[in-house]
Write a protein of this length. Sequence first.
Length: 290
Amino acid sequence: MTMFYNFKKIILLLLFLYANNKFLLSQSNINEYDCKNKSITVLSSIYAGISVYTYYSWYYQYNSGKFHFFDDSREWLEMDKAGHFFTAYSLTNLNNDLLENCTQSKISSPIITFTYLASIEIMDGFSEGWGFSISDLLLNVAGIMAATFLNDDVQLKFSFHQTKWAQQRPELLGNNFRQQMLKDYNGQTYWISIPISKIDNNLPDFLMFSFGYGAEAMIYGNPYEQDIVMSDLVPYKQFYLSIDIDWWKIINQTNIGKWKYIFYPLKYIKTPMPTIELSQKKLKFHSFYF
């Protein structure tokens, strides 16, 4: 019975993704062999495959139940929400770049991103360990809108460093670097980078001001739970001011053609630079922060 129930959910998920793909294709007024149609079909199929893989590699090992909601809007000092916003933003931009030679990519890319992220939320909704989070969905939509309407000069970026906090709860915050980069919000920082040339045109156009947000001393996601278990450890927010480099702009000015996509991750990674931190009503200077 359990196997049938899980299989039924997979079928519903595939139908959801298939319906999205058919909707996208229906928007085209050109023949089925058009670049847009073929690219969207391939891209949607890839996301469908990733969704099914995610279910079997992650959600399948946990107990499933009826669809339900879960309010996690106050957990992890909003770092989880920043992660949702950034993920939706970067995926939408990635889809735009993959469909750059196709018509209506500005419409197709946001829909593909939303459908994929919504499928993850739906799987959360059936998992007893989580639930469908409305705040996650709203931040996903906000990230998609930011990627769609923000000027290309405004860039969102990410950085990570390992912390001592992961050692205290490795089962939650990760046992190794790869896991900690995804799970340990203490080491994550999300940035908004803006070209310095916006202030003075004489300055290099690849140099950027960068404003970051992070948080520290979080062993439990729920602050009330942490206050009960570890009352002497109070989580706090961090705000950063730094310099960044627009490597993607530099790479686009070279003559390496499609090989430039080898360096595509640099588009979303904050360059380690001297940084000023404001936290706990104090200023700190980092000679090298990542």
